[in-house]
Design a binder for this molecule. Structure first.
Ligand code: BJW
Length: 245
């Protein structure tokens, strides 16, 4: 850890991209997808997170999302989300920080991050399956499965397997990663594409924060084994000390 903080002190990065996955929200009590405690241990992605699954049984898919929406609603952003939001706020005119997240939980925004790309959508938004219009769906749905005013089914406004990411999101994220001084890769297994491919666009320093090794570890300049709430605050603090000096 100390050698990584020394590199940050030496390089004084000012343009930061933070690329996050489910692991950053694990310490807020939100289950990750993979691993021994992950959602895919007890639920099959093919039954719940594909357009075919929704077409087959929209009520089942919505019930699963309502359960997850309840868990997330009750959760709070943790010290890692807060430190990243503070980094954006305090860098202000001395640099910039962009968060590119695969998470649909909205915790970065709740922590205060505003410069944010949600690659896989947001679980508190719904989309009409006919008109494609989106709306906030913050509270539990009144009817199941919920419907649009036009009578068509609403679906969670998230990206399922086999679906395209929001238009322009990957392009914006890849350009930011290519132009940044420091890429932080936090709490992702690096298995889901195209998102995981972003890491290969980094040209300068990159630091992975994850208790496990991942397929991305070898392509990062440093891989720090550990938990986001322990490791991210000293990293953002060190970035701010250098950038604001
Ligand atoms: C901690 C921690 C702590 C724990 N601190 N860390 C190229 C190669 C192979 C396959 C493909 C490819 N390109 C496309 C594909 C297919 C597919 C894919 O990637 N499949 C692979 C799984 C094999 N990709 C797609 O289908 C994508 N679409 C697409 O490619 O479209 C192309 C297209 C073209 C033309 C026409 C049509 C389409 C879409 C992918 C969408 C993914 N959706 C999900 C669900 C979102 C909605 C929901 O939440 O319900 O997104 S799946 C799930 O995985 C979710 C996540 O965002 C995503 C990534 O998971 P993440 O965040 O990495 O979590 P975990 O659980 O995997 O890892 C957590 C990590 O945290 C672990 O490493 C822990 O160690 C760590 N951790 N505690 C720090 N405290």
């Amino acid at each position: 850890m100390e050698n990584v903080l020394s590199s940050i002190r030496r390089e004084r990065p000012r343009r930061i991209v933070v690329f996050t996955g489910a692991g950053i929200s694990a310490e807020s009590g939100i289950p990750t997808f993979r691993g021994s405690e992950g959602l895919w241990k007890n639920f099959r992605a093919e039954d719940l997170a594909t357009p075919e699954a929704f077409h087959r049984d929209p009520e089942l898919v919505w019930e699963w999302y309502e359960w997850r929406r309840g868990l997330i609603r009750a959760a709070q952003p943790n010290a890692a989300h807060m430190a990243i939001a503070r980094l954006e706020r305090e860098l202000a005119r001395k640099g910039d920080a962009l968060v590119v997240t695969q998470n649909v939980d909205g915790l970065h925004a709740r922590a205060g991050s505003r410069n944010l790309i949600e690659l896989h959508g947001n679980i508190f938004r719904a989309r009409c399956t006919s008109e494609q219009t989106t709306r906030e769906l913050a509270h539990p749905a009144e009817s199941m499965p919920p419907r649009c005013g036009c009578g068509s089914l609403l679906r969670p406004d998230v990206v399922w397997f086999g679906e395209m990411l929001p238009a322009g999101a990957m392009e914006r994220a890849a350009a930011a990663v290519a132009g940044c001084d420091l890429l932080l890769v936090v709490g992702t297994s690096g298995l889901v594409y195209p998102a995981a491919g972003l890491v290969s666009s980094a040209r300068r320093m990159s630091i992975e924060v994850n208790p496990q090794k991942t397929p991305l570890s070898a392509s990062c300049t440093h891989a720090l084994p550990g938990y986001a709430t322990t490791i991210i605050p000293p990293i953002t603090e060190t970035i701010l000390e250098g950038a604001l000096r």
